[in-house]
Design a protein around this ligand. Structure first.
Ligand code: UDX
Length: 439
């Protein structure tokens, strides 16, 4: 069966999924309301940074298997399967998710669904959303009974989006009928043949899996950061502690990296939305746990600022601070809720002169905090600095030879917000090295 696939929303998730579906051999139509974005994608240009994705998009645009449009009418008549991949950001001034883009997508698509098809949600949503969207489709799509809704959460990480899409750890599908299950099994046949596990479930479980995964990862990070606080209070070393903990297979070493904590477009907003939904559902202890995870995480940024002030003898006013990294993590130009950028901005607000460098997240950071001074290399960021801060663990910073900064900085003092630099190497080079959760 040669299924035709439409992917609504050409942001991070949608573009990656559209390219992945084309790579799997399907004919794909990407849909977005932003004309400039659609035109750029049609030329094979990505509106954001993601290693390997540009090549994949260009390959399938050139081969004709991947096209982009702004027309929902075209989308409706084209697709046998329609994936909903629009954003569900945090609502301004609230903790819950803003479902406006999702509602708009379904309202725009539904009138054009005139034949049998499956609409598949991929966006991260509060549990219960799928059921409401299914009801909306049933009343507004002309093909009503022939339109199925399914849920297929996406677990891709920024910076590794292509590999996560082509070779996921698992595929989860929430379905209401065998028809939808059959169609989704067909779409993912390559991955399933390659041995990727498939979990077939109902709609609410599929919606919950995604937020549960992100809440668990966030909790794991906040757990180790809480231990970092205990290490600081007792003279312990959180990196050795995490190493010892992680060797227990039941715990595992990943996501046990203590430091500035988590940021980005997913973990922070997903735990907040889950907490808000848990409150609505009358499960307050779930919300309490998640709020504490959030609180510990945000506390890392404050602690980093405190350490910077301490490192400057209690007063940072007028001091020069060099910042390495603005992205929320390496291999990404995303600065949404970025701990690194947040710390840089806080230091500026309390009077430091902050000069920042990031290998790719300069323009995204500049548009959010235009008043910081942006430079084009680590050495420039370090020039005359009284204090250097390592806030995003780009490989370039891990490879940095501290001796190259001799005569560049005013004072050899570095704070490692990511516990990722080789402390011994910096100390041997005459630096005062400090990190969160270490003596
Ligand atoms: C996350 C989920 O991992 C992914 O499955 C989901 O689809 C989207 O959300 P992403 O936002 O790309 O992916 O980032 P991730 O790699 O999870 O890192 C999130 C944040 O946690 C980053 O700021 C990172 O620096 C931080 N982190 C990660 C830690 O502080 N310590 C760790 O041990 C791991």
């Amino acid at each position: 069966m040669a299924l035709r696939v439409s992917v609504i929303g050409s942001g991070y998730l949608g573009t990656t999924h559209a390219a992945g579906m084309a790579e799997a051999g399907w004919e794909v139509l990407g849909v977005d309301i932003d004309e400039a974005k659609v035109a750029a994608l049609a030329r094979g240009e990505l509106p954001f940074y993601e290693p390997g994705l540009g090549d994949l998009v260009r390959k399938h645009v050139a081969g004709g298997r991947l096209r982009f449009t702004t027309s929902f009418e075209e989308c409706g008549s084209f697709g046998d399967v329609h994936f909903l991949c629009v954003g569900t950001p945090q609502r301004p001034g609230e903790l819950g998710a803003d479902l406006g883009q999702l509602r708009f997508a379904v309202e725009s698509l539904a009138p054009h669904l005139r034949r049998q098809c499956v609409v598949v949600g991929k966006s991260t949503v509060p549990v219960g959303t799928a059921e409401r969207l299914a009801a909306m489709l049933a009343t507004t799509a002309p093909a009503d009974g022939d339109v199925e809704l399914a849920w297929n959460p996406e677990f891709l990480r920024e910076g590794h989006a292509v590999e996560d899409t082509l070779r996921p750890d698992r595929i989860v599908i929430g379905v209401q009928s065998e028809i939808a299950e059959k169609v989704l099994r067909e779409l993912y046949v390559r991955q399933l043949r390659a041995g990727v596990p498939l979990v077939v479930t109902d709609l609410p479980t599929a919606e919950l899996v995604k937020v549960a995964a992100n809440a668990f990862l966030a909790t794991k990070i906040s757990f180790i950061n809480m231990m970092a606080d205990l290490c600081e209070a007792t003279g312990g070393d959180v990196t050795a502690l995490a190493d010892a903990l992680g060797r227990d297979d039941r715990i595992g070493e990943r996501f046990l990296h203590a430091g500035l904590g988590f940021g980005g477009g997913c973990l922070p907003k997903d735990i907040r939305a889950l907490a808000a939904r848990a409150d609505e559902l009358g499960v307050p202890h779930a919300a309490t746990l998640l709020r504490e995870v959030d609180r510990i995480n945000l506390g890392r940024r404050t602690r980093m600022v405190q350490l910077a002030v301490e490192a400057c003898g209690g007063n940072i006013l007028g001091k020069r601070v060099g910042v390495l990294g603005t992205a929320f993590k390496p291999r990404s130009d995303d600065v949404r809720d970025s701990p690194a950028l947040n710390v840089a901005a806080q230091l500026q607000l309390i009077g430091a002169h902050v000069r920042v460098y990031d290998p790719v997240a300069r323009s995204t950071a500049e548009s959010q905090y235009p008043t910081l001074e942006y430079v084009s290399s680590a050495v420039e960021a370090a020039a005359d600095a009284d204090l250097l801060l390592h806030l995003t663990e780009w490989q370039e910073f891990l490879d940095l030879d501290p001796c190259d900064l001799d005569g560049v900085v005013a004072r050899k003092y570095i704070l490692d917000g990511r516990n990722a630099l080789d402390a011994e190497r910096w100390r041997v080079a005459g630096w005062n090295y400090r990190a969160l959760g270490r003596p």
